[in-house]
Design a binder for this molecule. Structure first.
Ligand SMILES: [Zn+2]
Length: 145
């Protein structure tokens, strides 16, 4: 399960709508808890590194942005716990591409953006042996202590 605060959810929704019809993406910072539970309380917005011809259905985070995200998290005593991206006019389910490019560590949040307005957010975790991409429960709270 991943617990995020409502501010994180609002930023993901706003970015999904703003970057429509392209995919938006970024990092979720927070902390890994025990028993596979994690908390996300901050967003780092990342520019989709895909070229404009592909960005409507693909996202890519550049190695530089990955380093920036990890460094920023460390500086704040946090971890990168997840990566979010949007699916413009497509359900909030991982594509074959998402599955093939995921790492087991992170939560992958996907927001559907039908016709430019943000909808449902789902979260997915890659199995350690990379055999499956499992739906993960998202808990949204007003504030995190
Ligand atoms: Zn995707």
């Amino acid at each position: 399960m991943i617990t995020i605060n409502s501010k994180v959810k609002e930023i993901i929704e706003a970015q999904g709508a703003k970057d429509y019809p392209n995919e938006t993406c970024g990092f979720i910072l927070g902390n890994f808890g025990s028993d596979d539970e994690r908390i996300g309380d901050e967003i780092i917005i990342v520019e989709n590194a895909r070229d404009s011809a592909e960005a409507y259905h693909r996202f890519e985070i550049s190695p530089d942005d990955f380093m920036r995200g990890e460094r920023e998290a460390m500086r704040k005593g946090k971890d990168v716990v997840g990566i979010y991206h949007s699916h413009p006019d497509w359900p909030a389910e991982p594509s074959e591409y998402d599955f093939n490019h995921a790492f087991p560590l992170y939560s992958y949040l996907i927001i559907t953006v039908p016709k430019g307005s943000s909808g449902e957010i789902t979260s997915w975790r890659l199995a350690d042996d990379r055999s499956s991409f499992e739906n993960e429960k998202i808990c949204i709270v007003d504030s995190l202590i």
